[in-house]
Design a protein around this ligand. Structure first.
Ligand SMILES: [Fe+2]
Ligand SMILES: [Fe+2]
Length: 241
């Protein structure tokens, strides 16, 4: 888990860059075709015209990538806070906790790269999410293994459906493009497959949590409800702020 400070420094450095106080929304594949270079055009795999994203679609991606980065940051911090306590009382869970943490760290790296590449402003709420995620991880693990797993179940239920919404949205653009005889940008297609892969990995974490007695957490309902509510609020806020 030693890579986390590096990732955090990266995000903080990004958020401090003055040129990123507003998202430009006009770079590379997010850009209208008119301002693309010949060289950029040549890297496309097919001869069909490119589907040009509307301002609304670009804003959707801008918010989506900001939320995804924030969510993955929170996920790494939750596991970082949970793992020592969970592993101390249940050593057999060490490989599982390590596996889930490493996948989250991979997701975070992916979104850090996308956010940097497309010059998207990271959420200004980062310091708040940092404290909240660490507290959530620490407190649920203090309640026991079942509560720690219930936390994963709650978070992954929200995050999995959040990624699913993004996949559905981009698929609707793909369908729109097909109707017009156009094609999505290669990079956008790659982003779609990345979202699908990460969604599947989040749902895998959800399955691990249920298999490890998340439903036995006490009190299960209020715990899961409040975490899910918190996730939904954090998603809404990070889309804009
Ligand atoms: Fe993740
Ligand atoms: Fe996850």
């Amino acid at each position: 888990m030693e890579s986390l400070p590096v990732l955090r420094r990266f995000v903080l450095a990004q958020s401090r860059r003055p040129s990123q106080t507003t998202s430009p929304l006009f770079l590379d594949f997010l850009a209208p075709t008119s301002i693309r270079t010949q060289q950029t055009q040549r890297r496309y795999s097919s001869s069909k015209p490119r589907y040009v994203l509307s301002k609304q679609q670009r804003e959707f991606l801008d918010g989506a990538l900001r939320v995804n980065q924030a969510g993955e940051l929170a996920a790494t911090l939750i596991y970082t806070a949970q793992s020592p306590q969970v592993v101390r009382s249940h050593p057999h869970l060490r490989p599982l906790m390590k596996h889930m943490y490493e996948q989250e760290a991979g997701h975070l790296k992916t979104f850090n790269n996308m956010v940097a590449k497309h010059e998207i402003r990271p959420t200004a709420m980062y310091p708040v999410w940092e404290v909240a995620a660490t507290f959530l991880g620490w407190s649920t693990a203090a309640l026991g293994r079942e509560a720690a797993m219930a936390c994963t179940e709650a978070v992954e239920t929200e995050i999995g459906s959040h990624y699913n919404d993004q996949v559905r949205e981009i698929l609707s653009w793909e369908a729109d493009a097909a109707r017009r005889g156009e094609e999505l940008d290669d990079e956008l297609k790659e982003m779609l497959s990345t979202f699908r892969r990460i969604r599947d990995e989040e749902l895998e974490h959800l399955d691990h949590a249920v298999a490890n007695d998340s439903k036995e957490a006490k009190p299960y309902d209020p715990l899961v409800d409040v975490i899910r509510l918190g996730c939904r609020a954090a998603i809404k806020i990070s889309e804009k702020v």
